[in-house]
Design a protein around this ligand. Structure first.
Ligand code: IPD
Length: 293
């Protein structure tokens, strides 16, 4: 098989993301009209399914030899192969979508040999587009079509310690068991005062879309994002964008500097002097061992 032309793939994904965006902004979702998958915090709408169907048929028509993995068509046991693969979340932030909260994205990733190499994340409500091709840098295109290289500050401030950081976390849709305890205890430790043995971060944020959290770290709007339980389609596109913006993704559990994109545990840190030390400091705050993945 010929080597994929990553710039061409990127340009096609941007086109598809905009088309998906039109479907999303013209839909009229309601909380009552949404369905749930495993529980009441794991929502899905007809729009998620329709958008994924449009994206997969467009990608299969244009790139018939590449594989496809999508949130709405995934079946337990499906695995990410080493073949060139589109990794797609038609609506990342479905909960926001049904509540009319405008942090929603189309997340379109492309991986080769299981490594994310192209990422397009589009928020159709704010008309902001984040995108990257491996080796070419990451960019934010705003509603006026002006394009800025990420991170937005060319020389971001040093990462001096967690007590200077704005940190994203997510509650996710698994609200029981050991991993939930690890999450809640870690959130507490991150926020608690130093007298109480905490790290006393500036604050926690949850944008409700893993892809937008990663893009915010890439831009420098957030310093760190820690998540366990989301999936490859939530993070694949944002992963390339963050790496191309000088950021790093490691395992949410301490010790693994090179996680796979489908491992379901992620710690993302923005560009800045002190990145590795900050990762070590964060890992020391993780209260137990996450089992997901
Ligand atoms: C969700 C979002 C959320 C994350 C959840 C995901 P969805 O994706 O990315 O930030 O915490 O784990 O499931 O369901 O809206 O596509």
């Amino acid at each position: 098989m010929a080597e994929p032309n990553l710039q061409e793939v990127h340009d096609f994904l941007v086109l598809i993301a905009k088309r998906a965006g039109q479907m999303i902004t013209s839909a009229n979702p309601t909380t009552a009209g949404s369905g749930s998958k495993k529980n009441s915090s794991d929502l899905v709408t007809e729009t998620d399914r329709a958008v994924e169907a449009m994206i997969s048929s467009s990608l299969r028509a244009e790139y018939p030899s590449y594989s496809f993995m999508g949130e709405e068509t995934y079946k337990p046991g499906d695995t990410l192969s080493a073949a060139p693969t589109f990794i797609v979340d038609p609506i990342d932030g479905t909960t926001n979508f049904v509540h009319g909260h405008p942090y929603v994205s189309v997340s379109l990733g492309f991986a080769v040999a299981r490594r994310p190499v192209v990422g397009v994340v589009y928020n159709p409500f704010t008309s902001t587009l984040y995108s990257a091709v491996k080796g070419q840098g990451a960019f934010l295109t705003d509603p006026t079509h002006s394009r800025a290289r990420l991170p937005l500050k060319a020389e971001p401030e040093p990462l001096e310690g967690l007590d200077t950081c704005l940190v994203a976390v997510e509650w996710g849709s698994d609200r029981s068991g050991l991993d939930y305890d690890v999450k809640v205890r870690t959130f507490r430790k991150l926020c608690a005062s130093k007298d109480d043995g905490g790290a006393m971060v500036h604050s926690l944020r949850s944008l409700g879309s893993a892809a937008l959290n990663l893009c915010a770290v890439a831009a420098g709007h957030l310093d760190v994002y820690w998540e366990a339980g989301c999936w490859a389609w939530d993070v694949s596109a944002g992963w390339t964008i963050l790496e191309e913006a000088g950021g790093m993704v490691v395992d949410a559990n301490p010790g693994n500097w090179e996680p796979r994109v489908d491992e379901r545990r992620y710690l993302a840190v923005r560009k800045g002097v002190g990145q590795r030390a900050l990762i070590e400091e964060f890992w020391a705050c993780v209260e137990g061992r996450l089992e997901v993945g």
